[in-house]
Design a protein around this ligand. Structure first.
Ligand code: HEC
Ligand code: HEC
Length: 258
């Protein structure tokens, strides 16, 4: 009888001790992991910094403040680094009119380190999460409209690219991944404008990405294609046709003058 009277109290004591130790253990684990993740990202920043000093500082300056050979990277954000290094545009091999996409020099881990180093220098656009470029709920028709009003003047209506002034070109978007399209919009590489979230909402960015993905699926939407020879084809076509017309006009004027 005495035992059965003591029993609930004993059970309570056991429970209290168990709860206490679990709580203490939890506190120990959670305070133990918090500085650890902080330390890991600090290591990443350090690793990025040394990669930067090695491969980028000759043009962008020792503190990424910029030099005559490259712009300041303070505040350009992780997205700009992920885009530029991920598409192989950076490191630039030599001064050029335009940085061209090529096979990336750095692996994913190194790109992430470089990006977190640059992000640590000042606030800027972050690398998008997969949710941010998930286009499942996006509006295809609106995306087409937004593309034609905001992007087609440079990249052409077919998104196959187009020539710009001074020997520059807006590249074809036929192979661009969702993440790359998003990053180009928020960072505005070279002469491309920046489409910040204030100018174009995240939802509208998704609409455009969805539209481009649809174009990529069926490559020749309406109109005749000039052979898909690359971004300069259409500009070159106009250039040759225009020059031809000018020559014909000059000959005609010359003939009339005689
Ligand atoms: C030979 C010189 C050179 C080297 C080396 C170089 N860059 Fe650049 N970088 C440039 C120039 C010039 C531009 C501007 C290019 C343009 O606008 O097309 C640029 C642009 C950038 C941009 C875009 C900035 C913005 O405003 O969006 C980023 C980011 C960048 N570089 C990162 C890097 C990183 C990271 C490295 C090293 C892995 C690197 N660069 C190496 C010359 C260089
Ligand atoms: C004023 C002209 C201009 C406009 C407008 C413009 N772009 Fe661009 N875009 C460029 C140029 C130039 C580049 C190449 C930059 C470089 O190589 O450094 C580029 C690059 C890109 C890239 C990278 C492609 C690759 O090869 O990696 C994407 C994606 C892109 N633009 C998407 C867009 C979208 C989407 C819009 C509309 C919301 C848009 N652009 C509006 C000029 C423009």
């Amino acid at each position: 009888m005495a035992l059965s009277r003591r029993h609930p109290a004993a059970l309570f004591a056991v429970l209290a001790v168990a709860l206490g130790t679990t709580g203490a253990a939890y506190a120990a684990i959670s305070t133990g992991t918090a500085p650890k993740t902080g330390a890991a990202s600090q290591t990443q920043v350090e690793e990025g910094k040394s990669l930067f000093l090695e491969g980028c500082s000759s043009c962008h300056g020792l503190a990424a403040q910029g030099s005559s050979d490259g712009p300041s990277l303070i505040g350009v954000g992780a997205a700009a680094v992920d885009f530029q290094v991920g598409t192989g545009r950076m490191p630039l091999a030599a001064p050029a009119i335009q940085a061209m996409p090529k096979t990336p020099v750095y692996n994913e881990e190194q790109i992430a380190a470089l990006a977190s180093y640059v992000a640590s220098l000042g606030p800027g656009p972050a690398i998008p999460t997969s949710e941010m470029v998930d286009t499942s709920g996006a509006d295809l028709a609106l995306g087409g409209e937004l593309f034609r009003t905001n992007c087609a003047q440079c990249h052409s209506v077919s998104a196959k690219g187009g020539a710009l002034s001074q020997g520059r070109a807006a590249p074809s978007l036929m192979n661009a991944q969702g993440k790359e399209i998003y990053e180009a919009m928020v960072t505005g590489p070279q002469s491309m404008p920046i489409f910040s979230d204030k100018i174009m909402t995240l939802q509208n960015k998704k609409d455009i990405i969805r539209y481009l993905q649809e174009l990529q699926k069926n490559q020749s939407p309406g109109g005749f294609s000039l052979g898909r020879l690359g971004p300069v084809t259409e500009g070159l076509f106009l250039f040759i046709a225009g020059l031809g017309a000018l020559i014909v006009a000059a000959i005609w004027i010359g003939a009339k003058a005689k």
